[in-house]
Structures are given as C-alpha cells and as structure tokens.
Ligand binder design. Structure first.
Ligand code: SF4
Length: 374
C-alpha cells in the first residue's frame, strides 16, 4: 500500500509565518497543472504497482483548483496507478475558498476528507498571521462542509502566537470543539527565517513565545482535547476514534509515497526524491519530458534517525526491538544513560517493545529526541 501527494504551489496571499513552497502569481496555474499531469504519467512505475490507498492534495492552497483541474488530476491517477476501491482522498482548503458551490464541486470530484486551514478563531491572531479569512468565514466553512455531508473533516490550528495567552488558547479550543470535527492538527508557531515573522524577529519587532509558556499551551491542548474524546495519536494530531489521517500515518510508518508537483518529495523504501522547488523550472523540465527531481540515497544513519524522529512522536512510541532487528541499532544500549535520565524524570517509559513519551515527555519532545538520534 502506498500514497500519492500532489503539491499545489499557489496561494492568494502569503501568510506571515509560512515558508512552504508557493507563489502568489497564479498566471502559470494552467501550465503547472499540465506539468503535473505529465509527471503523473512519467512517474507511473515509481511505486512499482503498489496499491494507492491515499491521495493527498497539499500546498499551497489546493482549494484554488477548479473542478476541471481537480478531476483531470484524479482521473489520470486512476488511469495510471492501481488505486484502492475506496481511497482516502484529502484536500487542504482555506475557509475563504469554501463557498457552498465549491464544497459541492469538491464532493462531486471525489474528495472525501477535507483539511481546513483555520489556524485560529481569533480575528486579531488571523490578521496578525495575514490570513485571508476571518473567524466568521472559518466557522461557516466548517458548518457548510458538515451540512453538505463531509464526514471526515480535519481542522488545522496554530498555537503560540507571540501575545497569545492561555485564556486566548482556551477560547480557541472551546470554539473548535463546538464543531466536533473528526480530526484536529495543532502545531506550535515556529518562526522561520525567510518569512515576514523571521524578518520581524531579526528587527526585534517580534519575540517568540517562550518555551515554558508554549509547553503550558500544549498541556492545555492535550487535557482539553482528551476530555472531549480525542486521541493524541501523534504529538500534533488528534482524532475521534477511527479517524486517524491514513495518509500522514503512512509517512510515519515508513510506507512508500509518490510526491507530484514542485517541491514535492517521494520515497520508494530505499531513496528519497526531491522535485525542484521552482514553478517555472518544474514546468519547463516537464515540457521537455524531463523529471524535475534529484535523488538522495539514504544512509543507514539517515534511516535510523528518521525512524526515531517520527516514531517517538506516535501514540505507541518507538519500537526499539524492530529498530534493532531492521536497522541494526540497539537504542536501549547505545542511549542507556539518556533513556535512564528521562525515565527517572517520568518523561519516557518502556512499555513492552516500545519506548514511549509520557504526557510530561511530550512537552519536551524535541529536546528528548535530540538526545536519542545519532
Ligand atoms: S499557510 Fe497555507 S495559505 Fe498561508 S501562505 Fe502558507 S501555504 Fe499559503
């Protein structure tokens, strides 16, 4: 089983925190879709005939695709790859795109999972982030999607805006839980260098939330969502029973995937492939029937670090027995002191074959992971 990711590198406007690959110039959209269609055909053997069980439109802003563009991509995938009889098909959408007619189009194109970029229900925070929507648009997008019968909706939230208090966060969570969406992803705000926030930080116009307050935020998030029946199946991802993102879970469990579109990457179990992160170069190369990708062979060390970095974040934790058997890395022996230190602090626990973060450990997950990798 494998997945396909399609990167749609266009946005209406740039959010101040975002360092994903996207352009606000939509003039090349039609050429770029043609290039993606070409890439779908050229890459048809990449996954060696594995059944595709998930398709994921990410970005950028995939909700900018027209119905025709979306169906042409999906039809060509179905024609060139063996797809599961009912694949999970996710599309990331921004609330300002989700009119009733747009939602109907998405449904009729076969999108069965919507991931809506809400980020916050607080208008001050949304303005500060330079989002294109406000809180009212966010609420109505979720409600319309629900009333039109989307039964698998995820919403994205960001916590840790510089002036966000724990009280503000609680209000955001309260609003979120009104809709009882099947899935919630919550990420802490990170300040990336090549963004407006990165520039503001350098100019001392922005001070990131300190780590202690960010950890307090995460603690509130975990307690509140657990109380409402959500399982934290990955540090940043929460769901109602049975609604884990199949697509993202397949990354974390090391399954193969094919990434299409500029800046997308792929993994075939041995090596990783990176598409050029430049819309025009991507289009031109595909117009000449050249795959716009470079290949990176993963070293044994890369495989070990990747397994540690992703799996320690999961609900079951990291299977250290499997790590030893498959990658010949005896984590318990080689990181004996670090593991003892964190288990004494009740941040890590060993349960059967798994090394697992405790709720306390989740608050310091990055720090702990740093001590475990090679
Ligand atoms: S956060 Fe989403 S909508 Fe905003 S610039 Fe980044 S990709 Fe575009």
């Amino acid at each position: 089983m494998a997945g396909i990711y399609i990167h749609i590198p266009f946005c209406k406007q740039a959010c101040h925190y975002c360092d994903f690959h996207f352009s606000t110039n939509l003039n090349t959209k039609s050429d770029l879709i043609d290039a993606i269609l070409k890439e779908i055909e050229l890459q048809r053997n990449y996954l060696e005939g594995e059944i595709i069980e998930t398709i994921y439109f990410g970005g950028g802003t995939p909700s900018l695709l027209s119905h025709k563009e979306l169906t042409s991509i999906l039809n060509l995938i179905h024609k060139n790859y063996s797809t599961d009889s009912s694949p999970e098909i996710t599309l990331e959408a921004n609330p300002d795109d989700l009119s009733v007619s747009k939602l109907r189009e998405l449904k009729s194109a076969g999108i069965n999972r919507l991931s809506i970029g809400i980020q916050s229900f607080n208008d001050d925070i949304l303005r500060y982030f330079n989002r294109a929507h406000n809180a009212e648009m966010a609420s109505s997008a979720i409600q319309e999607a629900q009333s039109l019968g989307f039964q698998n909706i995820s919403i994205d939230l960001i916590f840790g805006a510089p002036d966000q208090s724990v009280e503000d966060l609680k209000i955001d969570l309260h609003q979120t839980l009104k809709y009882k969406t099947q899935h919630i992803s919550i990420y802490g705000l990170t300040i990336e260098e090549d963004t407006v926030f990165g520039k503001w930080e350098k100019q001392n116009k922005l001070t990131p939330l300190n780590e202690e307050i960010a950890a307090a935020h995460l603690e509130v998030i975990m307690a509140t969502l657990a109380q409402d029946g959500y399982t934290q199946y990955e540090i940043s991802n929460f769901c109602l029973p049975g609604y884990e993102s199949k697509h993202n879970s397949s990354y974390w469990h090391g399954k193969k995937y094919l990434g299409l579109g500029p800046a997308a990457h792929s993994y075939n179990g041995k090596e990783r492939q990176f598409n050029v992160a430049h819309n025009i170069k991507y289009i031109k190369q595909l117009q000449s029937n050249i795959l716009p990708a470079s290949v990176e062979k993963l070293s044994a060390e890369d495989h070990i670090n990747e397994a540690i970095l992703t799996k320690i974040r999961l609900i079951d934790g990291l299977n250290y027995v499997e790590l030893k058997e498959k990658l010949n890395y005896d984590l318990l022996a080689l990181r004996k002191n670090e593991i003892a230190q964190f288990t004494n602090l009740e941040m890590l626990v060993i349960v059967g074959d798994f090394l697992r973060l405790t709720p306390k450990g989740k608050l310091l997950a990055d720090f702990i992971t740093e001590k475990l990798i090679i």
